[in-house]
Design a protein around this ligand. Structure first.
Ligand code: ZN
Ligand code: FE
Ligand code: FE
Ligand code: ZN
Length: 285
């Protein structure tokens, strides 16, 4: 939609206009569970009024970690060949990023691999606790036997260690274990998430508001309003991601996400280029 000043954006509940933030979490079919051409993802970003979009497909991993959800190491060149031509012309602008996992023992590889890559943005994500892909629908049955609180505790311990590596720019889907509805009570959440947010702040990382949670059983974006508020209090910057695995999902519910950010106390979101951040106001008039 076009607000009065001609810049594309959302008209908020109180009548002010918010800019459409870029979508910084977008996959490609190379990850084996997404569909659609990269040009169609970009076109959807344009239709939604975005100025830029960043592809962040799941990183290749020669160690054999979670091979069914990522490009083969030999396909990395193909990833560059998909994204590079879109960067040469057309709009919105296209950034090159990656969703890099953190898991026990990954650090040596991730550090040396990232060093030589031309990324604008590196998302850091925890998808596994030990050998369990806790957000994988095909491994969902394990939740029935799981101690939910224990899962959250282990998850946050991994997330804190991820921040401590200083290898990643943005924490992806910060409270991912809630995906299928296994929430943590607010008291334990406060107790366990705050030290992790402190480590994220100390690592000078941002977090994303990831709207894919709205498409899942949990029915809310990652992270929750409570976590966002605690992150905002610590000055942890935010960006936005749809976690699109199909072109139609680009910019999914970003109007609601911007409102959520404002409600949590945020006034700015961040943009990335060459892994450097700049801030931009959420509301432009
Ligand atoms: Zn994926
Ligand atoms: Fe992820
Ligand atoms: Fe993703
Ligand atoms: Zn993701």
């Amino acid at each position: 939609m076009l607000p009065a000043n001609g810049e594309e954006g959302f008209v908020l509940d109180n009548g002010t206009c918010a800019s459409v933030p870029p979508d910084y979490h977008v996959h490609t079919p190379l990850c084996k569970h997404a569909e659609g051409h990269v040009a169609d993802y970009r076109a959807m970003a344009g239709r939604r009024g975005m100025r830029e979009i960043c592809f962040t497909d799941h990183m290749p991993d020669p160690s054999g970690y979670d091979p069914q959800h990522r490009m083969e190491p030999g396909q990395y060149a193909e990833y560059l060949q998909l994204v590079r031509p879109l960067q040469r012309d057309g709009s919105p602008s296209v950034l090159l990023g990656i969703e890099a996992d953190f898991y026990d023992g990954c650090e040596g590889y991730v550090r040396s691999w990232l060093r030589n890559q031309p990324f604008d943005l590196v998302l850091g994500a925890v998808h596994y606790i030990g050998g369990w892909g806790f957000d994988n629908p095909s491994q969902m049955a394990a939740w029935e036997r799981a101690d939910v609180r224990g899962v959250w505790k282990e998850y946050f311990s991994l997330l804190g260690r991820m921040a401590d590596t200083r290898l990643y720019d943005v924490v992806a889907h910060l409270d991912l274990p809630k995906k299928f509805g296994h929430r943590l009570d607010d008291d334990h959440m406060r107790e366990w998430v705050q030290p992790v947010l402190d480590r994220i702040a100390a690592a000078d990382m941002a977090i994303e508001i990831n709207t894919s949670g709205l498409r899942r059983a949990v029915g809310e974006a990652y992270p929750s309003a409570l976590i966002l508020q605690l992150a905002c209090e610590r000055g942890v910057p935010i960006c936005f991601g749809s976690d699109s695995h199909r072109p139609e999902e680009v910019g999914w519910a970003f109007d609601a996400a911007v409102q959520t950010a404002l409600d949590a106390g945020y006034r700015e979101h961040v943009l990335f280029r060459n892994r450097k951040r700049t801030a931009r106001p959420l509301v432009h008039r």
